[in-house]
Design a protein around this ligand. Sequence first.
Ligand code: ZN
Ligand code: ZN
Length: 318
Amino acid sequence: MYGMGEHRDTGELLRAHGLRVTPQRRAILSAFADGPAEHLSADEIHARATTVIPEIGRGTVYSTLAELTELGLLSAVGAPEPVRYESNTDFHQHFRCRLCVRLFDVTIAAPPTDHLRAEGFAVERVTITAEGICAECVAYEAGLVSSADQARRRPSGTLPATGVAASTMATPVGTITVGATADGVIRVVFDDHADVPALNDAIRARRGGRAARAHLARGKEAVGAYFADGQAGACTIDWDRLDDEQTLRAVTTIGPARSASYDTLRTPADAGARGHVLGSNPIVILIPCHRVTRGREIPRAYVGGEERRLALLRLERG
Ligand SMILES: [Zn+2]
Ligand SMILES: [Zn+2]
């Protein structure tokens, strides 16, 4: 009767999935008593459930349906997101990305339906929606993973050889090294970043002029404020020496405890390039790439490693 097999009654089915047997859950599952061929709307399920529990609310029905679907006891058919409109009125097929939840026009050959005619159906068209992870989300992840890995193994080559003042600071996520030029902050990196040896050289040699030292001091204050209050302070970034300034700047518009998917950033860089620049973000915290998601997913790849990303998100969200 139910998707998960041979359970004698709804109580047994719920227990088999580790759920407490509540009258509400039983009432909702009992709406499917007529068998697996039915496809019910939430309103129909609500109406049936009220025959068991007259006072059951719509909110309870919706939240219980979501929970049972999540656990695999029920299956939801039809995209949960709102109807989308498009100017392409020719009949065509779509690919739906389960991460960024975008639809893409694709060409998929329709399967034969002759046997349905034999069963009495008058088929007029076959709608096919392929689902999975879109090409852009795949490219973003690939860029992110490869550059996060590179950032730990190979010096970036974009750190100026002269004029950099640097200093370290202890933070809840380990030592952070900050570097600045006469034009602003150029690096904020964790201690496994491949630029750390060059920054350490700058520390030992006490490099950097007066302007670089002033930017360094303000950069450290800005990072310190982030760990003290959850919000980074203001300082100047040496944008001219950073690759893909537009993508990095777009990330600075994502506020504390918020997130944005890579595809919503206002930058001309393609998905793979976005992943590449964010995976090797040279100024962590102040350019909060830890807040950039891949649609609904928090990526594992991060320039400071997955653990640090999760620690930063926990710190911000309290
Ligand atoms: Zn996608
Ligand atoms: Zn379309």
